[in-house]
Design a binder for this molecule. Sequence first.
Ligand SMILES: [Zn+2]
Length: 251
Amino acid sequence: MRTTRPVFAAFDQGQIPEIAVFNQATTPLGLDLDKLVAALQKFVTDYVVPVWGTPARLVKTTGFKKNAWAVVFLDTADQANALAYHELTPGGFPLSKVFVKTIADDGASLTVATSHELVEMLVDPAINMLTTGPDPKAAYAYEAADPVEADSLAFNVNGFKMTDFIYPSYFEIFRKPNSTKFDYRGKVSRPFQILPGGYQLVFKNGKWSQITASVAKARALRREDRRQHRSEIRKMRPDRWRRSRPRAKRR
Ligand SMILES: [Zn+2]
């Protein structure tokens, strides 16, 4: 008897999604993309999967691939708009955009940013999960890397810096300080703690806002070009999400 594998949740979470990784940026990546894809695969399989149970098969491509999720490198949000990279892949699957020029201008790590997007896309592919937390009137975005967002917290995989990420226990308010591990690096000591470079997106009284641990981070977030970031997509109505219709890159 033939059976069809059930689809368990949003997109093909519960299956093993394939994720196409490709470069549309004109800004040099400054790294070997094949090697980065191999390191990202290791990051997912050896570090993220044991904690979150979200496997994926990464493959380097030259563009979108049928039935695959995607991570695309673009210069800036402006280029993404010009080339019609929107909220989803052309097939309607999760899409992460990594803005190479914006990251380089900020002096930040491209590989930390890429692994940040990747782990968050795997944990919450539809960018719609929220959890209860310390403020009983607020709901907290279920983002796996934001509270520990800092290049200084990164760890090394195959010679590439990868983001620290939080564990499910992070969102479990009943856990006592230091009673378990709350993030991969072991820098977080209690649920909902935000480390100095990190932040958390919160929904309260019908409005979204950001909680930061430092004034400096609050200022940095205001300066940053946040267009097309997950936090902005989260604020959109998902029925207004658009599929990408990629156009050729203008040189
Ligand atoms: Zn994030």
